[in-house]
Design a protein around this ligand. Sequence first.
Ligand SMILES: Nc1nc2c(ncn2[C@@H]2O[C@H](COP(=O)(O)OP(=O)(O)OP(=O)(O)O)[C@@H](O)[C@H]2O)c(=O)[nH]1
Ligand SMILES: [Mg+2]
Length: 464
Amino acid sequence: MKELSYNTEDPIAALATGWEESAIAVIRTSGTDAIELAAGVFSNKDGLRSAEGGTIVYGYVLDPETGARVDEVLAAVFRAPRSYTGEDSVEFFCHGGIPAVSVVLSALKKGGFRDAAPGEFTMRAFVNGKLDLTRAEAVHEIVTAKTAKAHSLALNRLSGALELRIEDLKRRVLDMLSSVELLLDYPEDELDGQAGEYPLDVQAVENLCADVQRLADSFKAGKVFRDGVPAALAGRTNSGKSSLFNLLLREDRAIVSEIHGTTRDYIESWITVKGIPLRLFDTAGLRNSDNPIEAEGIKRSGEVIADAGIILYLVDAVCGLNEEDRTFLDRLQGEERLIRLWSKIDAIPNEGAYDEDQVPDGFIPISSLTGEGLAELEKALAEAALGKKGLDDTVVIDSMRQRDLLQRAATALDKTRSAAEEQAPLDAAAMELRDALDAMGEITGEVSSADILNNIFSNFCVGK
Ligand SMILES: Nc1nc2c(ncn2[C@@H]2O[C@H](COP(=O)(O)OP(=O)(O)OP(=O)(O)O)[C@@H](O)[C@H]2O)c(=O)[nH]1
Ligand SMILES: [Mg+2]
C-alpha cells in the first residue's frame, strides 16, 4: 500500500460526500495556495481570487489542459484562519454522481492539488489549533454514530465537553503537583509554617482518582452506543421467540407457526431500544433433534447465545417451566446478561387476565400478541446493556486510545494516593503525578507525536 502522506504543506483535495449517485457532491480543497490553485481551474478566476471568506462564487470547473468545461459548480471560499482546517480553502458544490465527481477531481489534480489522505482535513485543523484531539476524534465518532443517542454523545464531545472535563482533571493534578514540587524545590526548613505537613491530602487524591476512573469506565457505555450489543432470543421450540423477534423489529420478518422447530437457522437484525443499538438474534428452539439440519441449526444457535451480551430466555406461560428450562437457566444463574420472559400471558385461560402470582420470580410477563410487558422488557434490555445505573453522565468517551490514557492516569493517581497514605518520599509522588499529567496531555493532544496522529487520523474517511 502506498505510504500515506500527511505533509501539511501540500494543497489537498477530496470528495467529502459519498461516492454514489446524489443531487450534489461536495469536493473540498485546502492549503496555503488553495484559492489561487482553484482559480486556475475555474471559469471566473478573478471572482474567486477576490472573493471574501465565507462567500460563494458561481462558475465552471475547467480542465486546465484543454480549457473545456468540466462541471457547473458553486465554489465556497474560506480564508485562513476562518476555515475548517485553518488554511485557505475552497469547497466546490458540483453535480453528484461518480462521473461528475471524477472529472472535477481530476481537473483539480491536474491543477496542482493532491488527493487528501484519510482525516487529513481534520488533522490540519488540529495542527493549526482549530480543535484539540478529543474534538478531532469526535468528528469521526459523529460520522460513524449508529444511533441518534451515539450521535448526540459525540456532538457533546465535539462541542468540547470532554476537553473541558479533561482540562478540569488536569488542573486538579497540576495543583497537587505544584504543592509537591514546592516542597521538593524548597526543603521544609526553608518554608515557614509548612514544616512537617505532608503536601497531599489522601482523600483529595482518592477523589480525583475516582473521577478519572469513572471517565475511563464510561468507555463501556460509549462502546455500547457505538458498536451495539448482541442480544439473543433463546428458549424451547414454540416458546414464542420468533413472534417476539417480529414485535421488537416492528416487522413481520421471522416465520411464526405453531409447529415446533419452525426456526432452523438463526436470523439477525438491528433494533434500537432507548437509543441503544442492539443486534437481535432469533434462534432455533432448543430441543434434542434427530434431524441433522435442525441439529446443526441448534448447534449454531447455541454459539450465538453463548456469545450474546444479552440473553432473552422465553418460557411459554401455558406450558410452564420444565427440566430443560431449569438446566439452561441454572447455568446462567446470577449473570446480568440474562433476561427471563414469561411469554404468551394472554393465552392463559383466566377470563382474559393472568394471575400475577403465577409468574415465577424474576420473570417478566409478556405477550407478543397484545404487546403487554413490552415496556418492561425494553427497560430490562437497556439495563442489561448499560448496567443498573444506566448512563449517569453526559460525558462519555468513545475511543480506546482515550480509555487507555485515562486508565494510565488513574493508575498513576492510585499510586500517588498510596504514597500520600504512607507519607512516602515526595519524589515518588511527584513522578506519578507527572505521569498522570502527561497521559491527560496526550488525550487532548498537548503532547503528541507524528505516529500518534497518523494512527488516529488514518481511521477517518477521506474528505474528513
Ligand atoms: N396467544 C399467543 N400466542 C403466541 C404468542 N407468541 C407466540 N405465539 C404463538 O406460539 C406459536 C409459536 O410461536 P413462534 O414465535 O413461532 O415460536 P418460536 O419460539 O419461534 O418457535 P420455534 O421457531 O419453533 O423454536 C405460534 O403459533 C404463535 O402464534 C403470544 O404472545 N400469545
Ligand atoms: Mg422461531
